[in-house]
Design a protein around this ligand. Sequence first.
Ligand SMILES: Nc1ncnc2c1ncn2[C@@H]1O[C@H](COP(=O)(O)OP(=O)(O)OP(=O)(O)O)[C@@H](O)[C@H]1O
Length: 685
Amino acid sequence: MEKQESIRNLKGIGEKTEKLFHILGIDTIQDLLDYYPREYEQYRIPVSVSMVQAGKKIAVLGKITQSISLRNTGRLTLVTATLKEAGRELQLTWYNMAFLKKTLVFGGTYIFRGVVSEKKNRLVMEQPEIFTKEQYQTMQNRLLPIYSLTKGMTNKMIAKMVRQVLEEKEIEQEYLSEKIRTSCQLAEYNYAVQEIHFPKNRENMILARKRLVFDEFLIFLLSVRQMKETVKNEKNLFGIKPVSETEALIQSLPYSLTNAQKKVWQEIQKDMTGEKLMARLVQGDVGSGKTILAFLAMLLSAQNGYQAALMVPTEVLAVQHFEGLKQLLEEHQLDFEAVLLTGSIKAKERREIYQKIENGKAKLIIGTHALIQENVNYKNLALVITDEQHRFGVHQREDLSKKGKRPHVLVMSATPIPRTLAIMLYGDLDLSVIDELPANRLPIKNCVVDTSYRKSAYRFMQKEIAEGRQVYVICPMVEESEGLEAENVLDYTKKLRQEMPPEISVGFLHGRMKPAEKNKIMEEFSENKIQILVSTTVIEVGVNVPNATVMMVENAERFGLAQLHQLRGRVGRGEHQSYCIFMQGGTKKEIKERLQILVESNDGFFIAGEDLRLRGPGDLFGIRQSGILEFKLADIYQDAAILKEASIVADEILEKDPHLESEEYKGLKNRLEFYAKEQMKRPGI
Ligand SMILES: Nc1ncnc2c1ncn2[C@@H]1O[C@H](COP(=O)(O)OP(=O)(O)OP(=O)(O)O)[C@@H](O)[C@H]1O
């Protein structure tokens, strides 16, 4: 198969569908195969009518006991039938499917599958699928893939196209040797792709997933380790010297640095002024004060006459850091020019910025991926800082480094990764940990509630807003999506605007908005022109509005605990008491217990560990710590054992053949190159 063959060559994809696939990041056939299901749906054993409950998607076995009716209501034709058993009734309704009046048999027994709701005291199932007993038997217990969608795209469409590729195209040849597969007990690649999309049963899916997770880790580790050879032990030719101004600046900050911040700053300074180039990862829990350390390092570089660049994953964050840095410069009368470079800056201004970067006038440079575009040329870049490394690929970090003559590299991360895993994953970096929060923080008060508490939560928000504070509400989705019952930002905002008095301004934010719009909303929120911000997790990374004191997370069960911890880190960043309400969209006891961990602890490392312990090996797809590193399927916590295996294999391979030149590794090398290109395609959010 030509991996880069466009999906346009598949039967049934026209211009419109191609665009929808593009929104999902699928342009080629390989992209499509790599678009793994978000979860699976199972055709479970059907229940009888007497067991039916509203609110669930189920299969019901029943006999049609009343005549089947066909009505016209304006533009719609309506077919209805009723199932009755032991005094309980379920009404079935189909729209614009008049032919059913003829095909369904009065008195016939069928299995109907759909969502049951309660309307005017009646249980109703709308647009159910219809099966005979025999048909259903062939489906029973199969796992059907559920993909993440965008408006206009259906699950059926994605599944159909994946099926077409699997059936009609010759997919990739195996690229792991039999020896590796046997020693690590891995399924073959082709089997894995087939069974991850359409597993015959759960066991096959688990095997398939293991193979693909292993692949993701192996490819990642090979790229990191190949780079390691080029970064570590490089000589520091910049001759950066410690300067008294940074010490003076630290003394005149409105707060004193915590001991942990001081320790890490010493480590950074020692690296930058030492004999070898810095290659350091700074890990610090949410709100632990990483940003000021990044600024200090940038200033040290500028004071020695060099440029420093800070690359962040979102425009919102780039603007926030830029404003913060400018304020610091003004307050301390430091005469360095700082520039902001993001995708939404207009051509004329952009050209001016390019010039200032090229002639060295701009010493402090903050931006998004725009910093690594081809036409950005740095005069004397000595320091590269990437914030929240997991959002970038390792290659992007390298691309920025290549812009200078091997600059110092500093990576900031709030992801709590245990030391043993961090060493495996970031083998090319030294590790510093900020293991202490500023002393002035009041611990956040947390609670886990179900949706019956929503009204009280709204009253509580109003009370806080009346005190001058602000609120975040997090929803898992941007817009309504087929087959997924979870709150979405667009509908929720409308609902909330109706619930709240008119003087409270409700704004919304999500990753699909244009960067300029997002910046505008964030600016208005920072200035308290918006009191409630309804958002997806796009605000999870680094946003700092200390006046916001309430966070409510809708459908909290849909997020991993580590991610919820990051999210809640958006409040409790100032002097006011803050609150976090985890709203559970259901009443499952296990979920409540899992979320309860957040109430009991505020320690990111502990939370990640507990999350893993509670989830256990069965929960492969339910909830992932989305956002951590760039894996599609792998979860560093849950799949730590596979990571270890992949790490050993990566070392063995590189020891034998450091540049993967032998025939044995040809396929693997191709895969690595494909992965590197793939990363460059990743859009900044
Ligand atoms: N030692 C300190 N004492 C008091 N406040 C501090 C201290 N250090 C930083 N701050 C303030 O704490 C807030 C959070 O800091 P910062 O934005 O650097 O957090 P962070 O570590 O980047 O967290 P996140 O990963 O959540 O973005 C900022 O308002 C910052 O000014």
